[in-house]
Design a protein around this ligand. Structure first.
Ligand code: GLA
Length: 383
């Protein structure tokens, strides 16, 4: 380093305390983020745990391994806190996770039929990791990657920015894709997830967060008595391998009608072919309103605790999944078994298999375009 370089560095160091003071003052007004080590991956990469706190909002911990939401501590009617999202006691659990407990799923969340798609006349082969299909980006999707993390000081306090650059050909997908996800907290209790992405060659893209919720607290039995309201007139029925058939089917008169609040368990074992294929609910719903505008997709209430979750999104669809593959063998953060239907997921998304379904909203991203989506998980106490 040159002499003047050294002086410049010293001068900058000299300024640091003043800059920090300024940043802290902003952070006090809104969200604050604390950073600590979460351990190391098997390859020796350091992973951090970021804790976001803000008055009036749940405390949320997130790691840059896969962007997992590690915990969401939400108040109940009596002012007691519980962690309402499923996960593990520490990093080793997340490294071995096969349930996607709260991670950022990509490059294509949900399924692509027969693990292949054609784009601009060229066929791309993916890895089949769910019977004949590819699921959640393939065996080494975005959940398994260490994302670059940055705590950004914004007007409204700190926000956590995670970036992952997926190389051309990774898991079979074309184009170098740069994905950025910003997590922040809103004053009204909302956990905001802002997604953006660009590519250097045409590709397909579907990003989501796969948080599992139990509003009574993680490990507190099943969610069958939680009441769900879904802002959807239609869903996309599937075949036996959970690939949409291309049809949008009205929910009216089916066990998929949640236009009025109803217990999740009310019809979860109905004698219905779609319910049988999903072993319960594991289906994409068409969110009412205009994709691209942030609108309510779902509201779930646990009458016992008084906790309520609202899901708002710009995405065209939402996968409602009722933890049908959980079997009590996974022990959660406090050692309690995660039972079948011990949680629900509302994964905001493009419809499954869109790359092979010309009638579905397009999931293609081209160079020069910017992919943008926002989802808000808002926790509150029902009046
Ligand atoms: C999604 C899928 C389910 C299941 C879970 C993860 O919700 O639709 O079928 O794969 O992820 O276990």
């Amino acid at each position: 380093m040159t002499g003047s370089g050294r002086i410049l560095r010293l001068a900058l160091f000299g300024l640091t305390p003043i800059l920090c003071l300024g940043a802290e003052m902003t952070a006090h007004a809104g969200t604050r983020i604390e950073t600590k080590s979460f351990g190391k991956t098997r390859a020796g990469e350091s992973v951090e745990l970021f804790t976001l706190s803000r008055a009036g909002a749940p405390r949320v911990a997130i790691t840059n391994l896969g962007g997992y939401v590690v915990s969401i501590e939400a108040l109940d009617r009596a002012g007691r806190t519980a962690d309402v999202t499923l996960g593990y006691a520490g990093l080793p659990g997340y490294l071995g996770d096969s349930s996607y407990f709260g991670c950022l799923v990509g490059r294509y969340a949900n399924r692509i039929g027969k693990a292949a798609f054609t784009l601009d006349g060229k066929r791309y082969a993916l890895s089949a990791n769910d019977g004949p299909n590819t699921l959640h980006g393939g065996p080494t999707g975005f959940c398994r990657r260490v994302w670059t993390a940055k705590v950004k000081a914004e007007k409204d306090g700190d926000a956590l920015e995670l970036t992952y650059v997926s190389r051309d050909g990774e898991e079979g997908y074309p184009g170098t894709l740069t994905a950025t996800v910003v997590y922040s907290l809103r004053e009204d209790g909302g956990l905001v997830i802002d997604y953006s992405a660009t590519t250097d060659a045409p590709t397909v893209l579907n990003l989501t967060n796969h948080a599992y919720f139990n509003l009574a607290g993680e490990g507190e039995g099943t969610i069958l008595d939680h009441e769900l309201q879904l802002e959807a007139e239609a869903f996309t029925p599937v075949d036996a391998t959970l690939i949409p058939r291309g049809e949008l089917r009205p929910v009216a008169g089916t066990p998929f009608d949640f236009r009025q609040p109803l217990a999740i368990g009310a019809r979860i074992d109905a004698a219905d072919e779609q319910i049988k294929f999903g072993r319960g609910y594991d289906h994409n719903f068409v969110v009412r309103g205009t994709p691209g505008t942030l609108r309510l997709a779902a509201r779930v209430a646990d009458r016992k605790s008084g906790r309520q979750l609202e899901v708002l999104t710009t995405q065209p669809g939402v996968q409602f999944y009722t933890g049908n593959f959980l079997d009590g063998k996974t022990l959660g953060k406090t050692g309690r078994p995660y039972l079948k239907r011990g949680a629900f997921c509302l994964e905001t998304q493009h419809y499954p298999d869109s790359p092979n379904q010309p009638a579905f909203p397009s999931a293609v991203l081209r160079p020069g375009q910017v992919y943008r989506q926002t989802t808000v998980y808002r926790l509150s106490v029902a009046k």
